[in-house]
Write a protein that binds this ligand. Structure first.
Ligand code: ADP
Length: 309
């Protein structure tokens, strides 16, 4: 029983301005690769990590923890080895840990002939997120597993919904090479929200979801507004306001913090605008002297992909 699978585990953009902890979408050309194999010896082993300095111990690596949660519920003796080829830097805000947890459980499920649906895999992958940030959030693992845009309607009970993906939407993401830990960026936000701000925020969430389904690009743009988290968190990201202004001036529908930062995402209609936005934000960041990467990506409606089997 030595079945093996090489997969692409995509990067994801969580929160999408108005949907803190509940909205996310999947990138197409940015992500890790993983090789997952079933072995005769029961237990989960991380046998190789390339491209990042991450723990090989199963219980310290999000991929190991997620697969252990999966196997606990699967309740049969299975051996799994995991190789991780990291391209997404940890702490980038584009779902580095989520790619590993979601990729690992998705591949094991596939190798075992899909005992669980992609929706059911979300809760196992969330155990990896709990290890990474102390909080079992699903806004990165859900879009990695289901593809496209996803909404976590409820955490308790867990209820994840896949939304529609308008064809022309494009992402531009800038990743400044500074590390902002999810745990740090969580500490700057407040637990209480005024009713006035809550009304604005849930209006935007509703508008955003409606915009995706009716493919109303202007409505999507108007709804990409965050009156609760962004004002507090953006201070951790150099030149956030200048990047946002450059993106919007150059035609982006909206722009905000990707996950817990430091990456910043912009959503545009069409490749041409996404390229223009990339050039404008590159100009802003060139002046900072900081290292950065810029990614331009379609929305990946499939999620995790098989590279070879
Ligand atoms: P991101 O938002 O990019 O996922 P986080 O700060 O949430 O970044 O998670 C990264 C943390 O998870 C780091 O502390 C890292 O050491 C830990 N971690 C454990 N296993 C992995 C893995 N396989 N991939 C990425 N991060 C991992």
């Amino acid at each position: 029983m030595n079945k093996s699978l090489r997969i692409f585990a995509p990067a994801t953009v969580a929160n999408l301005s108005c949907g803190f902890d509940i909205l996310g979408c999947c990138m197409d050309n940015v992500g890790d690769e993983m090789v997952i194999s079933l072995t005769p010896d029961p237990g989960v082993k991380i046998t190789k990590i390339e491209g990042a300095n991450l723990p090989l111990e199963t219980h310290k690596n999000v991929a190991g923890v997620a697969v252990e949660a999966f196997l606990k519920e699967y309740n049969k003796d299975v051996g799994v080895t995991i190789e991780i080829f990291k391209r997404i830097k940890a702490g980038s805000g584009i779902g580095s840990s989520a790619a590993s947890s979601a990729g690992a459980v998705w591949a094991v499920n596939h190798l075992l002939d899909n005992p669980f649906t992609p929706n059911q895999l979300v809760k196992f992958a969330m155990e990896g997120e709990k290890l990474a940030s102390g909080n079992a959030h699903a806004d990165n693992v859900a879009p990695a597993l289901l593809g496209g845009f996803t909404l976590v309607r409820s955490y308790n009970p867990l209820d994840v919904v896949k939304l529609n993906t308008p064809k022309e939407l494009m992402l531009t993401v800038i990743h400044p090479q500074i590390e902002v830990k999810t745990s740090d960026s969580r500490s700057v936000i407040k637990n209480n929200v005024s009713l006035k701000k809550a009304i604005q925020q849930w209006g935007n969430v509703g508008g955003f979801v409606a915009g995706l389904f009716t493919e109303d690009y202007d409505l999507i743009g108007r709804s990409l507004e965050d009156v609760i988290i962004e004002p507090l968190r953006s201070i951790l990201i150099p030149e956030f306001n200048a990047v946002k202004k450059a993106a919007i001036t150059n035609g982006a529908l909206g722009c905000g913090i990707s996950g817990s930062g430091p990456s910043i995402f912009a959503i545009s209609k069409g490749q041409e605008t996404a390229n223009k936005v990339a050039n404008a934000i590159r100009e802003v960041y060139n002046k900072t002297g900081l290292e950065f990467d810029i990614h331009i990506s379609k929305i990946n409606n499939e999620g995790i992909k098989i590279i070879n089997q």
